[in-house]
Design a protein around this ligand. Structure first.
Ligand code: FAD
Length: 330
């Protein structure tokens, strides 16, 4: 078995989640059996960045029609690459990004396979672990053996600093060898025309450096109930943060969202109020020093990462806690 690691870039640099996928790839095979792939119209710098990492080889998949991402272009290019290299030996590993979610299932389907998406752990076998039912259950998936096998890796599940350093690493001597593959792509194959790339709005709030955070989730039920948690945050001298549904609803600004598509935080105290603990939230806060969770559901997954858990109704617990904090400060 060999691993084809498909890297993703943003602004001319390989994204951090791609290096997390490299850490996952190393759970499958040693460095020399990992081939990293960069895709685009001019990939020289990306390939050099990849070659400095612990991978066995780097392949530049280059074509003018790959200058901007399209699902059709990426599917066609990767399918040809796989078929060109004996598709039956590969496990193809992607970071689980929006882009990958867009094209990887189609690529897998074209090759008569499925994508094992959103993998949070890899066990011996290999078996791939995915979370089900908002993280309440873990499912273990084993591939039929009929390759290629396609796997995408959840953001935050594997630590890029845990990659095993090989002779080709940035601290070692030799960069990995680089080759170029030029797929045949006809403009008529590309059915979509890419627009302006999405640019995230500039963040004015740096939750990452906050020492105390009170974070609120859908358990708060309505926007007009937010002052209950704001009061606790103020009493604790904490920043107010939120799970994604709160920000999606516009109840708090996006810059206060914690999680895989929000900010990553590591405060001394993270108080999660009415948050279930979905993996996309956990990856943004599980590095906190002390996690306190308030949730009325004793089986909520947030309790698995919490140092202290309060099973109860937040509308009773939070005001009582706020009063206690204020009293303690007097
Ligand atoms: C691609 C992608 C990216 C994502 N990125 C993020 C992200 O960055 N951040 C993020 O947070 N999510 C993200 N999500 C969404 C994530 O999957 C969850 O849907 C979300 O985290 C759930 O938010 P929640 O815990 O507030 O809501 P729910 O899952 O609805 O949980 C609400 C919790 O409140 C509890 N509750 C209800 N009433 C009370 C009460 N009166 N007192 C106490 N507890 C109560 C319930 O028991 C429940 O556990 C992403 C999802 C996807 C697909």
């Amino acid at each position: 078995m060999s691993v084809l690691l498909v890297l993703e870039e943003s602004g001319g640099k390989i994204k951090r989640t791609s290096w997390e996928a490299l850490a996952a790839a190393q759970r499958l095979e040693p460095t020399e059996s990992i081939t990293a792939v960069v895709i685009g119209a001019q990939t020289e710098a990306l390939a050099a960045e990849a070659a400095a990492k612990p991978v066995g080889k780097v392949v530049r998949v280059e074509h003018p029609l790959l200058a901007q991402y399209t699902a059709d272009g990426f599917c066609a290019a990767l399918q040809q690459l796989l078929q060109n290299q004996d598709a039956t030996k590969w496990v193809v590993v992607f970071p689980h990004t929006y882009q990958v979610r867009d094209y990887a299932p189609a690529l897998a389907c074209r090759m008569g396979q499925v994508l094992i998406g959103d993998v949070v752990a890899i066990n011996d076998g290999p078996t791939f672990v995915r979370q089900l039912m908002q993280g309440r259950l873990n499912g273990s998936y084993r591939h039929s053996g009929n390759r290629p096998c396609f796997v995408s890796v959840q953001a935050g599940a594997f630590r890029p600093d845990a990659t095993i350093v090989g002779p080709n690493s940035s601290t070692g001597r030799e960069p990995a060898p680089i080759t170029t593959f030029t797929p045949t792509i006809d403009p008529a194959q590309i059915r979509t025309r890419p627009g302006e790339p999405f640019r995230a709005s500039e963040q004015t709030l740096d939750l990452g450096s906050a020492q105390r955070i009170v974070s609120v989730g859908r358990g708060i039920k309505e926007a007009q109930n937010l002052p209950i948690v704001q009061e606790l945050a103020t009493a604790l001298g904490a920043e107010l943060a939120a799970s994604r549904p709160i920000c999606d609803n516009g109840w708090l600004p996006m810059e206060r969202q914690v999680g895989s598509s929000g900010q990553t935080v590591a405060p001394r105290l993270y108080l999660a109020v009415g948050i279930s603990g979905a993996i996309q939230h956990l990856v943004g806060m599980k590095g906190s020093q002390c996690i306190v969770a308030i949730n009325k559901d004793p089986d909520a997954p947030i309790f698995e990462v919490a140092d202290y858990g309060i099973v109860g109704d937040l509308f009773e617990v939070v005001p009582a806690l706020t009063d206690a904090v204020k009293a303690a400060k007097q």
